[in-house]
Design a protein around this ligand. Structure first.
Ligand SMILES: [Zn+2]
Length: 339
């Protein structure tokens, strides 16, 4: 089922039909779309830079050595201008084979930008401080995939400069000649902002500038949610921590004593896979029973620990008391040194 790339609605109405071209609009957010396929690998490079190209370069907030990528760079004219302005770390991406052959002294990768190629670009060139993308997003079959790919090659706080025709201008002035089949989606400021925000960008500013069309240029900063990045790294960090702890445990003297015999201790021992010998707990309902097949005793019954694990999470005073009663015994602060 066809859905709107911006708002995910499946409700479309006909905007207009010109012969076989059926332009539709999303009834929820007004994105205009048409189903059409174009092979851009054979396209020529005829783009002419607008007068405001220098303003785009002036707006770059990047050091001269930081990576700046232009997606849909054509023959690299804008990149060449940047090179003349002392930017040294420039990369163009364009699927057109002809563009790749034109020498501008700037590296051009002849590819479609998608999630897969973005991973390769990232590996080969590192992450970009700025991605410039002029008049490409409207050609993308899947604008969401395209923006995901852009966010992949950008640094966590990188800037996207995105330019695309303004659909409001086309509709307002009945500019039917701008309803071009190659433009799979046409956006206005509102739904374009909504689209980039879906991909973790926050809008810094936008402007409307005219060439042969009325264009939106927006500057949006990528903001990767720190909570998400913690989620993404959790499993690998946990595995590294667990393996470190298990290695350390091989040198621990027996018996290994866990402080506490509740569910946090049970889960901790199960998840880490540590081999412990005794649980101590002062809750009389637990004493005399067992946990994970090991005896539960109270503090007074503990006579000769080999190693004490500080596992009474949230009860530092009790742990200090237990550990203090056995000077010289190795005490392990289990979460110490977590990276
Ligand atoms: Zn929509």
């Amino acid at each position: 089922m066809k859905t709107c790339p911006t708002c995910d609605s499946a409700e479309f109405k006909t905007l207009i039909r010109f012969d076989s071209a059926h332009f539709q609009y999303c009834t929820e957010c007004a994105v205009i779309s048409i189903d059409h396929h174009t092979d851009y690998t054979k396209q020529g490079c005829t783009a002419k830079l607008p007068d405001y190209a220098t303003e785009i370069i002036d707006s770059l907030q990047a050091g001269f050595n930081e990576l700046i990528v232009e997606v849909g760079c054509n023959d690299g004219a804008l990149l060449s201008m940047m090179k003349d302005r002392r930017y040294t770390n420039l990369l163009g991406i364009d699927p057109s084979q002809r563009c790749g052959k034109i020498s501008t002294g700037v590296t051009i990768e002849n590819i479609y930008l998608d999630q897969r190629s973005a991973g390769r670009i990232l590996k080969k060139h590192g992450s970009a401080s700025v991605v410039i993308c002029r008049h490409v997003v409207e050609h993308a079959t899947d604008p969401n995939e395209f923006l995901r790919a852009i966010s992949t090659i950008l640094k966590p706080d990188g800037m996207l400069i995105l330019e695309t025709p303004n659909s409001d201008g086309i509709l307002r002035e009945l500019r039917c000649h701008e309803l071009w089949k190659q433009h799979r989606h046409l956006f206005n400021v509102r739904n374009l902002t909504r689209l980039v925000e879906k991909h973790g960008f926050s809008l810094s500013r936008h402007t409307i500038r005219s060439t042969t069309t009325e264009n939106i240029i927006l500057w949006a900063k990528l903001f990767r949610c720190p909570e998400t990045s913690l989620c993404e790294s959790f499993e690998s960090r946990w595995k590294a921590y667990r393996s470190k702890l298990l290695n350390l445990s091989e040198s621990w003297k027996r018996p290994v004593v866990c402080i506490g015999a509740g569910h946090p201790q049970e889960d901790f021992v199960r998840y880490t896979g540590l081999s412990v010998d005794i649980f101590i707990d002062d809750d009389i309902k637990k004493v005399g029973k067992s946990l994970l097949g090991k005896p539960i005793i109270n503090t007074d019954m503990l006579t000769k620990p080999g190693t004490i694990l500080r596992t009474a999470f949230g009860y530092p005073d009790w742990m200090d008391e237990v550990c203090g009663a056995f000077p010289g015994v190795e005490v392990v602060n289990v979460y110490k040194g977590v990276e």
